[in-house]
Structures are given as structure tokens and as C-alpha cells.
Write a new protein. Structure first.
Length: 86
């Protein structure tokens, strides 16, 4: 029996393909932010293994801050390169 299609996951994959094919770094930044938001709400992240905020708060926040800084950098860098003349 087939389960219902996970359309958000399918859309996410399409966005990954588009971002990669067209070198849209800002889109990667948006994806990173979209991955961080649910983790902040749930208090659980998955980075090679499950990390819970309640059990490993320093590691949890280090991972979240890394994704947020990387997202900001990718968005800033891409917009800077595209819209600021040489």
C-alpha cells in the first residue's frame, strides 16, 4: 500500500536541484533557515545523529547557530555578488 506523497519533501528536493543547477546560493540560505525553524521549535536537530536541546544544549545551539550564520552568509554573499557592480 502506498503512503501519501510528502509534497514538502518533494518540493524541497526540487528546490535543491534548482539551487544547484543555477548556482543560487541565496536559495541554499533560505533552505538552511527552513531546516532550522522546526529544530528550534522541537528542540531536536539531526546532524549525523540526533541532538536534543535538553540533553546537549551547547552542541544543539552550536549546530543551530552554525546553520543560521551559514544561511545569512549565503544569502548576503549571493545578493552582493549579483547586485553590486565590480
Amino acid at each position: 500500500m502506498l503512503k501519501a506523497t510528502k509534497w514538502r519533501a518533494v518540493l524541497g528536493l526540487v528546490i535543491v536541484f534548482i539551487a544547484t543547477a543555477f548556482n543560487l546560493y541565496w536559495l541554499w540560505g533560505v533552505l538552511f533557515l527552513l531546516w532550522v525553524i522546526p529544530d528550534l521549535r522541537s528542540g531536536v536537530t539531526h546532524f549525523l545523529e540526533t541532538v536534543k536541546r535538553s540533553e546537549n544544549p551547547v552542541l544543539f545551539w552550536l549546530i543551530q547557530i552554525t546553520w543560521i550564520v551559514l544561511a545569512a552568509y549565503l544569502i548576503w554573499y549571493d545578493l552582493l555578488v549579483r547586485f553590486v557592480p565590480d
